[in-house]
Design a protein around this ligand. Structure first.
Ligand code: SF4
Length: 473
């Protein structure tokens, strides 16, 4: 089993088994070394840049306030965005969940008559499992971000939001290219430039021949109907400009009210994400521009649990997240386990709150406990998400959901037994067993008998007595 495979809970609960996944991860010393080295480097670079930005705290307040304004008036901003994007020639689609979003994208690609698409790195498309859905529809979706390419070639899963292949070192990447990239030179070394060049040549053919691209977006601007993608390699820009058709899957929380708000976020994001003063590539487009870039522009606005998260008064702040991964890079739990242990699209501290909020805490009850509550994530978050407070609240919800789950299971078993004469009679025959558990029941019943006595069952059930008495007559 490689580190990307998820161990799921065995006790009937849905969701990843974090303790089991974490145990396997910490036993992998190579993985721990790779993660520690990569997070340590980004952490130091970020700290240096924050120290040279005198208004950093004011920028954080501004980022949080802008996002809160969006969340408080999401309905209005979404409609404004749709109107402006449509007026500029884009087609806006609405998707309630992953299935709806994947179906919309698959149908749009099918309508082009093409069977190959290129992809810009996008968390939203990972969240909805888009590549697998396209694969099942006979559409070959190729990742073009270098790290995503490494992940796709090795049939692995991303382990970090910004640096998805952070758990791989150079030697491992060289091996992956040699084994899975047919056009990789046989004398390829693990020199970073040689690896990047091999990937560049491999991807160039795709950029020049593929007519459909799929992206996400870092920001959607309500005032203009435009989208922005920030990236480091330029591969994203190739995808966003060369194909005829561009389909962008955008979480509804990605909205910002105005173009001028980018002044705040384009300072916060690169410093927090990669430890850079600005993103090497900020690609922005608004609808269709005649004879310039894609002529068919589609935007799929994705809910997939976001409105449910919005309804949680404490948890809704998680929707401010700009996916910078600064919280991952400082988290002592993430540093030891890496991202695969979380078993979900979003790893680390933000994943520990966002996943339960999106899918329901009853479906990921262990994730809010994947934290030492040290508070380092809150200190670095560029939009001031109070992750520890949300974690504590979700722990409370998880315990409550677990209690209900046990109660539901008990009443379901009782209802089942009582709904048939034979079953009920058989159940009554088990009553004498209660004598054995009266003074020491096994878990989980021991929780009940630890402080309570169970009365001894009568030596004979009413049914047995009745049958005997009637026959005796
Ligand atoms: S929670 Fe904050 S620090 Fe973590 S990824 Fe989101 S914006 Fe970045």
């Amino acid at each position: 089993m490689n580190s990307g495979e998820v161990i799921w809970s065995e006790d009937g609960r849905a969701g990843p088994n974090f303790p089991a996944n974490a145990k396997r991860a910490v036993e992998n010393s190579q993985l721990r070394r790779n993660v520690r080295k990569a997070t340590g480097t980004i952490r130091e670079r970020r700290a240096g840049l924050v120290a040279e930005t005198p208004d950093w705290q004011q920028l954080r307040h501004a980022g949080a306030a802008i996002k809160d304004d969006v969340l408080n008036h999401l309905d209005r901003y979404l409609e404004q965005f749709e109107q402006n994007a449509t007026a500029r020639g884009a087609q806006v689609h609405w998707a309630r969940d992953a299935t709806e979003a994947s179906t919309i994208v698959t149908d749009l690609v099918r309508a082009t008559g093409r069977r190959e698409v290129i992809k810009v790195k996008s968390m939203a498309t990972q969240e909805i499992g888009l590549v697998k859905t396209l694969e099942r529809a006979g559409i070959d979706a190729r990742e073009t971000d270098l790290a995503e390419l490494i992940i796709q070639l090795s049939n692995d899963r991303p382990s970090h939001i910004v640096v998805p292949a952070l758990h791989r070192n150079r030697a491992e990447i060289r091996r992956i290219f040699l084994d899975h990239m047919p056009d990789a030179p046989q004398d390829l070394t693990d020199d970073p430039h040689a690896l990047a060049e091999a990937a560049r040549l491999h991807l160039r053919r795709l950029f020049l021949t593929t007519k459909v691209a799929i992206s996400g977006a870092n920001f959607a601007i309500a005032e203009t109907g435009g989208l922005l993608v920030a990236e480091s390699e330029g591969n994203g820009r190739m995808c966003l400009t060369l194909p005829d058709t561009l389909i962008s899957v955008v979480g509804i929380e990605k909205l910002i009210p105005a173009f001028s708000d980018l002044e705040v976020f384009l300072q916060l994001l690169p410093r927090s994400a990669t430890g850079e003063r600005m993103n090497p590539y900020n690609s922005m487009w608004t609808g269709v521009t005649e004879n310039d870039g894609p002529q068919n522009v589609h935007i799929v606005l994705l809910d997939n649990g976001r409105t449910k998260a919005l309804a949680d008064r404490t948890g809704r702040q998680a929707l401010r997240c700009i996916r910078c991964a600064a919280c991952l890079n400082v988290c002592p739990v993430y540093e030891r386990t890496g991202g695969h242990a979380y078993g979900a699209t979003y790893p680390g501290p933000i994943g520990a709150i966002l996943t339960p909020l999106l899918v329901g805490v009853e479906n990921a009850p262990q994730l809010p406990f994947a934290s030492s509550l040290c508070g380092a994530c809150y200190e670095v978050c560029p939009v001031e998400i109070d992750i520890p407070t949300v974690l504590v609240k979700l722990r409370h919800d998880a315990v409550k959901a677990e209690r209900h789950r046990l109660q539901d299971a008990t009443f379901a078993a009782a209802a089942n037994a009582m709904s048939g004469r034979r079953r009920w009679t058989a159940a009554l025959r088990l009553a004498p067993l209660m004598r054995f558990i009266r003074h020491g029941a096994p878990p989980p019943l021991s929780g009940w008998t630890r402080t309570r006595d169970l009365p001894d069952p009568p030596p004979e059930s009413f049914r047995d007595w009745w049958t005997k008495t009637k026959n005796g007559k």
